[in-house]
Design a protein around this ligand. Structure first.
Ligand SMILES: *[C@@H]1O[C@H](CO)[C@@H](O)[C@H](O)[C@H]1NC(C)=O
Ligand SMILES: *[C@@H]1O[C@H](CO)[C@@H](O)[C@H](O)[C@H]1NC(C)=O
Ligand SMILES: *[C@@H]1O[C@H](CO)[C@@H](O)[C@H](O)[C@H]1NC(C)=O
Ligand SMILES: *[C@@H]1O[C@H](CO)[C@@H](O)[C@H](O)[C@H]1NC(C)=O
Ligand SMILES: *[C@@H]1O[C@H](CO)[C@@H](O)[C@H](O)[C@H]1NC(C)=O
Ligand SMILES: *[C@@H]1O[C@H](CO)[C@@H](O)[C@H](O)[C@H]1NC(C)=O
Length: 416
């Protein structure tokens, strides 16, 4: 059995005060997008997919695209590959929000875009947008979670949108959802805002803050109404739980508010979610994935002789094998493992934590936004206060999460 190096737990919950506003802003994005742009970015759907649907090429998985049984795709290393990566650019994806376009926002280095994830024992298939759209034909793919999960949605849209002609694609905001449609495939890629998965006072897509959190550990039906019948669901929930070691929550009576240990609350919420999954998911027709936590890189003493800094100024991945920092909570990981392990419905785990742990270079740092605005020159000069070491630049690390999701979905079409 391999054990992970035990992280120093001193700081597990003590995110800098700046975190609160980052989350606030992250979620505010959806609002700002809305205000600026309540109509779709592309021309409205023009219909006419009916005829095209008749031609339905089978999805072929070539030998190079097969992932051998027993290969752990989450175990590997980052290799330099500026030929194949990035898979798109800031310019080629006009849908990218300012929050993540680090180059345009003045980031001086760009090598964080050129790393490819290389599993130790096999290769990932090359991402193929047309094949993915074929997989999604007549289907809905929905990402559910917080602003980190939203970047996975943004990444997926960027990965596919360039192969779809103008007028045949659209992006709509229907809070708490964002919906990208590929008309000719009758396919949609969606994002659903639910930072705790269960209900909370942070569920409003526009008006909430991490400073005031109240989670309803046993209620989820407000959300699940909109998850019903979705073909492929990809869940994630982590960073909103981690602001303090305790969290205010209710179980049962709404008047009965208690402070719970975050781990207890997280487990209870996961069990509420699991119960819904068990009774509502039909494994024949629906696929469910769970993303493990996206790590943060808030203290540079974890990977070098630190100077009290964070991810700011980091331009290379961590090379040390099995590196594990304090930004990934092992207790939460254990709970996820436990709850998923007991499910009778097949929920596949996308264990992206370790591979993302290496990527201290991938965060937006001071090249993102704060309160809907790019950082000022003065703020950029104070990265200890203002660097965002939670969210990721795009193109970047979330693209790899999607390459992995694609690889797994593609394997389902293998002929045995
Ligand atoms: C790719 O990386 C190699 C090695 O670092 C470098 O010599 C080359 O100029 C790079 N190519 C491009 C297109 O950036
Ligand atoms: C289009 O996709 C939806 C699912 O997203 C499905 O319910 C519907 O039947 C599809 N329409 C056609 C004409 O196949
Ligand atoms: C759930 O939905 C009901 C009815 O729409 C609403 O009254 C209630 O406040 C919602 N609960 C939460 C936690 O948002
Ligand atoms: C936001 O929510 C708070 C508390 O729920 C409420 O007092 C306030 O009026 C809301 N603000 C807006 C702009 O809706
Ligand atoms: C829980 O709510 C109370 C009352 O609003 C507040 O004083 C306390 O700080 C909250 N606890 C946490 C962990 O946020
Ligand atoms: C994810 O992978 C890490 C090692 O990379 C492992 O310690 C952890 O238990 C895995 N998580 C789950 C839920 O299996």
């Amino acid at each position: 059995m391999t054990t992970l190096p035990s992280p120093d737990r001193r700081n597990l919950y003590l995110f800098p005060a700046a975190l609160a506003s980052l989350l606030f802003i992250g979620s505010l994005r959806i609002v700002l997008d809305d205000l600026k742009n309540s109509r779709s970015v592309f021309r409205p759907p023009s219909g006419g997919y009916q005829a095209l649907r008749l031609i339905r090429p089978p999805i072929h998985v070539s030998n190079e695209e097969i992932i051998e049984k027993g290969c752990d795709i989450f175990k590997g290393r980052w290799v330099w590959d500026n030929e194949s990566h990035p898979l798109y650019t800031e310019e080629s994806c006009p849908l990218l929000v300012k929050q993540v376009t680090c180059q345009r926002n003045g980031r001086p280095d760009s090598s964080y875009q050129n790393w490819k994830w290389q599993p130790d024992e096999c290769n990932l298939p090359r991402f193929n947008a047309l094949k993915l759209l074929e997989i999604l034909r007549d289907k809905r793919l929905m990402f559910v979670g917080d602003s980190v999960q939203r970047s996975m949605f943004d990444s997926m849209v960027c990965l596919v949108q360039s192969v779809i002609p103008e007028g045949k694609k659209s992006l709509q905001k229907v809070p708490p959802r964002k919906i990208f449609r590929a008309e000719e495939y009758n396919a949609s890629i969606e994002f659903y805002w639910a930072p705790f998965l269960v209900e909370s006072i942070s569920d409003h897509a526009t008006n909430h803050t991490v400073l005031k959190r109240l989670v309803r550990l046993d209620s989820i039906s407000n959300h699940t109404k909109q998850w019903e019948g979705v073909d492929i669901l990809v869940y994630e929930s982590y960073v909103w739980w981690m602001y303090k070691p305790k969290i205010n929550a209710t179980y049962g009576n709404l008047e009965n508010i208690h402070e719970y240990d975050v781990t207890t609350a997280y487990r209870t919420a996961m069990e509420t979610w699991a119960k819904w999954i068990e009774t509502n998911i039909n494994s024949q027709d629906q696929k469910v994935f769970f993303m493990t936590m996206s790590p943060t890189h808030l203290w540079n003493w974890e990977w070098k002789t630190g100077d009290g800094g964070n991810c700011f100024g980091e331009s290379q991945p961590i090379q040390q094998r099995a590196y594990w920092g304090t930004g990934s909570n092992l207790d939460i990981m254990g709970i996820v493992k436990d709850v998923l392990g007991r499910l009778r419905v097949n929920v596949r785990l996308l264990n992206i934590t370790q591979l993302s742990e290496y990527r201290k270079d991938g965060h937006t740092s001071v090249y993102g936004e704060r309160k809907g605005k790019l950082l000022t020159k003065e703020q950029r000069l104070d990265p200890k206060t203002y660097a965002d070491c939670i969210h990721w630049c795009l193109p970047g690390v979330p693209d790899t999460w999607n390459e992995i999701l694609y690889a797994v979905l593609l394997q389902d079409y293998r002929k045995f």
